[in-house]
Design a protein around this ligand. Structure first.
Ligand SMILES: Cc1ncc(COP(=O)(O)O)c(C=O)c1O
Length: 291
């Protein structure tokens, strides 16, 4: 069965899906995106993703191409047409197609909505084999990392540096030695005093939906945690380091820059967060399937 994409109002075979060469997303990276996990054919944390999309669009003054109910309908159609169960949906909105000029186009330029979907391996049954390693790298991004912009060059370069070093992720730090987040993940530590911490929400990090879902779960389970930034030194002396993202879920980082984190094994907090998140996604998939 061939893959189907959604491009600007139409469902089209993936291999024929195209945007215009003067799409501002293509020319200026003038657009925003979301990556949404699908389990059992259902989008996970869709409320968080749609809220973040609205926020990113608003920050860049790009009009929403369709309402939220219509967007959920398109996602559902795409999942059905691709016969997906476990997978991900990529959703992108650019400012639209216009003659090349840096300033916003004048007049009634319509934003362009594109969605693709693909299969990914099923949610891992356990943390056996679901672990990562990381390097550290300077955070060379702009001052509005809270917007989920499609302009990702520094993230790409950092992730490539990680790959070339044989690691999974690059953990980014500012010139004053504070950790912000990963190239495409949020980062958590259990510090040397046993406190679970992640960077607070501000312009320096992306407000990850998995991060938000985990914080909700931690709060409802009464598990102590802090949204407080940590330094590279604190990262290096942490008992546990973890990453979170829609497609990596919760993943323990067992080594940073080639040095083992703690004892170099999956720690109890990573296990706890993974179990909480696994229960959350199973519940979402199961509840929605009954609808
Ligand atoms: C820079 C960055 N931080 C964090 C995340 C994690 O966000 P989410 O949990 O919504 O996938 C991503 C996801 O792509 C990202 O690109």
């Amino acid at each position: 069965m061939s893959r189907i994409a959604y491009v600007d109002g139409r469902y089209v075979p993936h291999r024929h899906a195209q945007v215009h060469i003067e799409d501002r997303g293509y020319q200026f990276a003038d657009g925003v995106y979301e990556v949404i996990l699908l389990l059992g054919g259902r989008p996970i944390d869709a409320d968080l993703h749609l809220a973040r999309l609205a926020r990113s669009l608003g920050a860049l003054r790009i009009a929403a191409p369709v309402g939220q109910a219509a967007l959920l309908h398109i996602i559902d159609q795409l999942v059905r047409r691709n016969r997906l169960r476990d997978g991900l949906v990529y959703l992108q909105v650019s400012r639209g197609v216009a003659r090349r000029d840096h300033a916003f186009p004048k007049g009634d330029v319509k934003p362009v909505l594109v969605l693709t979907a693909r299969r990914i391996p099923p949610f891992p049954a356990s943390l056996d084999g679901w672990t990562a390693t990381a390097i550290t790298a300077p955070d060379e991004r702009w001052a509005r990392c809270d917007i989920k912009s499609i302009s990702l060059l520094p993230n790409i370069l950092a992730r490539q540096a990680a790959r070339e070093a044989g690691a999974t992720e690059a953990i980014l730090y500012t010139p004053d030695g504070m950790v912000t987040e990963g190239a495409a993940t949020n980062i958590w530590i259990v510090d040397r005093d046993g406190v679970l911490r992640t960077h607070p929400l501000d312009h320096a990090i992306l407000p990850g939906c998995t991060r938000a879902a985990l914080l909700r779960l931690l709060e409802s389970s009464n598990i102590a945690h802090q949204e407080r930034a940590f330094s590279l030194d604190e990262l290096r002396s942490a008992r546990e380091v973890l990453l979170s993202s829609a497609t990596s879920y919760v993943k323990p980082i067992l080594a940073v820059d080639g040095v083992a984190v703690g004892e170099g094994r999956v720690g109890p907090v990573a296990q706890l967060l993974f179990d909480l998140f696994a229960a959350h996604v199973r519940e979402t998939a199961a509840v929605d399937t009954k609808l």
